[in-house]
Design a protein around this ligand. Structure first.
Ligand code: 2P0
Length: 332
């Protein structure tokens, strides 16, 4: 929905097959390397931005509860970017709802800032074309740049020596992918993250002796992943994604002090995935800044893989498939 004074937008999380881990510019949220993801059709975030001309500050509710601290601070900083560009000054009421199970650590900042970017740009009468919206969402949270688009998406880091590096770093759909990929999310644990991904990335860049090797490896993975998607090679997609995720975790585990998101329970799921693979099921794992494991498989195998993982891990599973980009909600 979009009127002169408010808009509602919906966006979904994305899971990276080739990860973003490390910024070269914190203020502009510019990554060190390109990344590539699949936007899912589960766990949407719905965000309403309504202008409030008489308010002296922004108000933010998350799932109906007034938010305090870091969340409203980041949202106000983001709205300031939109207001600057639109030449507007009104404060706003921002109401956001997630359907992610509490503490699932499932990229709610990606869906959250993608939905906020779309709703806020319309509320402030600043409709933006998708690549520009992606650059804007990036300023809220890097991975949000990718959730502007559906399906497979590549986020360009942009050349460090570009005349305006901000202009060069945006996401766009991968149009030649020929793989039907599903992701079975295994909800390993709930609870807050030990360290935010922002701080964890900062620490990894500054202290991990593996960081430069990680960058070289992930750049190679990106090229190989694009070829595997275009070639319809599911086994290569799965193998590259799993090795990229393990490499990212190893890199941050070598930071000082180490960043450890994977728990014993995560490692048990990883073992189950390996055993399933040895038994002939095409399945590979990826993990982000939290203990949950997402298991990649063919779309046709997803229900069977979800069933097996539920039996093996005794944890809930959710099947995610290729989902849409951020959309305005109409008729609200
Ligand atoms: C990714 N992650 O590519 C990587 C892999 C988590 C692991 O992007 O600091 O919330 O707001 O730009 O995007 C999570 O970090 O971090 C993330 P900021 P973001 O999906």
């Amino acid at each position: 929905m979009s009127t002169s004074e408010g808009a509602i937008a919906v966006a979904h999380p994305n899971i990276a097959l080739v990860k973003y881990w490390g910024k070269r510019d914190e203020h502009l949220v510019l990554p060190c390397a390109d990344s590539l993801s699949l936007t899912l059709d589960v766990f949407p975030t719905t965000t309403e931005v309504r202008l409030h001309p008489h308010a002296t500050r922004d108000y933010v509710t998350v799932d109906g509860v007034l938010a305090r601290g870091e969340t409203p601070r980041r949202i106000t900083a983001f709205l300031d970017l939109v207001r600057d560009r639109a030449g507007r000054t009104e404060r706003a009421l921002v109401a956001t709802r997630n359907t992610v199970p509490t503490g699932a650590g499932l990229a709610s900042s990606a869906s959250g800032f993608a939905a906020l970017a779309l709703a806020a740009s319309h509320a402030y009468d600043l409709p933006l074309e998708p690549a520009v919206l992606s650059r804007l969402a990036r300023r809220g949270s890097g991975s949000a740049a990718r959730s502007i688009f559906g399906g497979f998406v590549v986020w360009h880091a942009g050349a460090p020596d570009a005349p305006d590096p901000d202009l060069a770093s945006y996401a766009e759909p991968v149009t030649d992918a020929r793989v039907d990929l599903a992701m079975v999310v295994v909800l390993v644990e709930t609870g807050p993250k030990p360290v935010s991904s922002r701080e964890a990335m900062r620490r990894t860049v500054a202290t991990s002796p593996r960081f430069h090797d990680w960058l070289a490896a992930t750049r190679g993975d990106l090229q190989a992943m694009r070829a595997a998607l275009a070639g319809g090679d599911l086994a290569a997609v799965g193998a590259i994604a799993e090795s990229n995720a393990l490499g990212m975790h190893k890199t941050m585990e070598n930071a000082v002090p180490p960043v450890r998101y994977l728990t014993d329970a995560s490692r048990l799921v990883l073992d189950s995935v390996r055993r399933m693979r040895h038994a002939g099921t095409q399945a590979w794992a990826t993990m982000d800044a939290g203990p949950n494991v997402k298991v990649l498989c063919a779309g046709d195998d997803a229900e069977h893989v979800a069933y097996e993982l539920r039996e093996l891990s005794d944890r809930p599973t959710v099947v995610g498939r290729s989902g849409p980009g951020a959309t305005l909600r109409t008729g609200a």
